[in-house]
Write a protein that binds this ligand. Structure first.
Ligand code: NAP
Length: 307
């Protein structure tokens, strides 16, 4: 199938282009970007022009930041195209619901991707947790924003989510692997005095078995990132590290090797299946927790942030 990639920035070049190029399902038929392009691929700077001139391209993958993305997604769906969304699926929950309704009305596929859910060890963690009695779940997601989002001002602008941009990856894994539903019951968000989104956050969640569930996010962590989920259960101990790339259960490394390799190749393989069946796949659980943190969280002003 032919696909157009829209928003040729960091994640498009790091992950989407190689995943599409290596996939047996897809051919990168066009790019749309005001500045970026991919060698050898027809490049458009105007999205509506691409939609009008390339009716043969039935699928578009949107790699823009969340705030501008809704408008592009709505135009693509209106033009009868199947749409794949980078995470988070929108700047607000209402936008996401609107897109889902539009896609169903137009009978096109819509896939709200959560790349971290495709990490190697997510299925193993989910399988282990299925029948455990949880006591404590500690999520620690700390990285250096200057290393992972160099100069990307949108992450600090309203709708850019701030430290919840990586934090929502943790929540996408958590909501996939935990057998029981949780909800946020307290949060503290640290906003640099010159920015519109938080640079650190601590969240606490209600758990139906009474387990202590916490999420600790920090964007000023020097050196190697920490992306881990630790679970203490009555029956044992689980440690997921490297954003889902490493799993240790009761001190022993999980050696299970999944079939298809890599988060983005798995996302594109799933998109191919969704298009064949015209399915809308939009799970908003990770985004709901972030919205709750912004609603309930106590706001603390901290030192200004400069790149
Ligand atoms: P980025 O490089 O800052 O932006 C991607 C592209 O979007 C830019 O190259 C730009 O293309 C276009 N764009 C930006 N603002 C726009 C606007 N107002 N209107 C139209 N186009 C605009 O961002 P990114 O890091 O790739 O992240 C994009 C999405 O992927 C985010 O939702 C992020 O959470 C997600 N993601 C990022 C990473 C990562 O490591 N960075 C990892 C996983 C997922 P032109 O200016 O050329 O048009």
């Amino acid at each position: 199938m032919q696909i157009a990639l829209v928003g040729i920035g960091k994640i498009a070049l790091d992950q989407h282009v190689p995943a599409i190029t290596d996939s047996p399902d897809w051919e990168l038929a066009a790019t749309v970007s005001r500045q970026g392009s991919v060698g050898g691929v027809p490049a458009f700077t105007d999205f509506d022009r691409m939609l009008a001139e390339r009716p043969d391209i039935r699928v578009v993958s949107l790699c823009l930041p969340p705030v501008p993305r809704f408008d592009y997604a709505a135009r693509a769906i209106r033009a009868g195209r199947h749409v794949m969304l980078e995470k988070p699926p929108g700047a607000t929950l209402s936008e996401c619901h609107a897109l889902a309704d539009m896609a169903r009305a137009q009978r096109v596929s819509l896939y709200a991707t959560w790349h971290s859910r495709q990490a190697d060890k997510v299925p193993g963690a989910k399988a282990w947790l299925k029948d455990k009695n949880l006591r404590r779940v500690t999520i620690t997601w700390k990285e250096d924003v200057r290393q992972w989002h160099p100069g990307q001002d949108w992450v600090f602008e309203a709708g850019g989510l701030g430290v919840f941009d990586p934090g929502i990856n943790a929540l996408s894994i958590l909501t996939e692997i935990l057998p029981d539903p949780i909800h946020l019951c307290a949060a503290e968000l640290h906003f640099p005095e010159n920015r519109e989104t938080p640079i650190a956050a601590n969240c606490r969640f209600y758990h139906p078995q009474g387990a202590e569930v916490t999420l600790d996010l920090d964007w000023l962590e020097p050196g190697s990132p920490t992306w881990s989920i630790e679970v203490v259960a009555e029956e044992g101990h689980m440690l997921m590290e490297n954003g889902g790339g490493k799993l240790t259960i009761d001190g022993a490394p999980d050696k299970c090797v999944p079939g298809l390799s890599g988060e983005y190749p798995r996302l594109y393989s799933q998109m191919a299946d969704l298009v064949k069946t015209g399915t809308v796949d939009i799970d908003l659980a990770p985004m709901r927790h972030v919205a709750d943190a912004f609603t309930l969280g106590k706001r603390v002003t901290v030192a200004p942030f400069e790149w």
